[in-house]
Design a protein around this ligand. Sequence first.
Ligand code: NAP
Length: 251
Amino acid sequence: MKPSFDLSGRTAIVTGANTGIGQAIAVALAAAGAAVLGVGRSGMSETETMIGSAGGRFASFSADLSTIDPVDDIVEAAVSAFGSVDILVNNAGIIRRADAIDFTEADWDAVMDVNLKTAFFLSQAAAKRMIPNARGKIINIASMLSFQGGIRIPSYTASKSGLAGLTRLLACEWAAKGINVNAIAPGYFVTNNTTALREDPKRSGDILGRIPAGRWGNPEELGGAAVFLASDASAYVHGTILPVDGGWLAR
Ligand code: NAP
């Protein structure tokens, strides 16, 4: 049987679809046939143009994901725009950098709220729609910090390690209900999230020096993994954290 990567007739919610990794994943899912609802606090006109000019379907919903208040409205917006919720990509995320010894409660809470708490409660809201259809795909955007400690990013490491655990827990609870919950762990990609690292010659050199591929990733290079985990081709894949990292973890 030929594996199917076709997402025609499916609706995807992608958080943080205005830029970076979320934008690239939204574009890839749309190219595979999905109708995409981009969710975030910034305008999505660039993503809308990219998808629309390729003949895809896109709508946006404005929401601040630092609280869980909008989660039900996000799911309803997808249903009212496109008729269903079949795929959720929890991509929106932030990072705060400071030595652990100086790290503030505000920087702890801000990161945990967006990266972990909202990802969980939005997954819960989406799953309430998916379970009656016995069909759904949830893809969390994890990190190398789901496997490693890192430095100067305590709340980010805690949130991404937590997201890996949550991916496994939700897979265990929802696999038998027809929902595949998995994560993608990007290595080091050229986005706003990594501007500070790339502008620090020492850190940038250290990072580049251990990437077997010898370069930073481009967000478009996550599209294939996202389409795979969103499609029937991954029907029996549950609770995995798929690294797309230029070989970083292999070193
Ligand atoms: P980015 O360009 O900074 O994108 C982050 C996205 O999250 C933006 O769309 C941002 O919206 C959105 N967001 C943040 N806080 C939000 C809030 N309160 N409400 C709504 N949206 C919010 O960085 P990125 O690299 O594409 O990051 C995407 C995901 O990949 C994150 O979860 C990040 O941790 C993860 N990741 C990135 C890398 C990498 O190398 N770049 C590696 C591993 C994992 P605004 O534009 O409005 O701020």
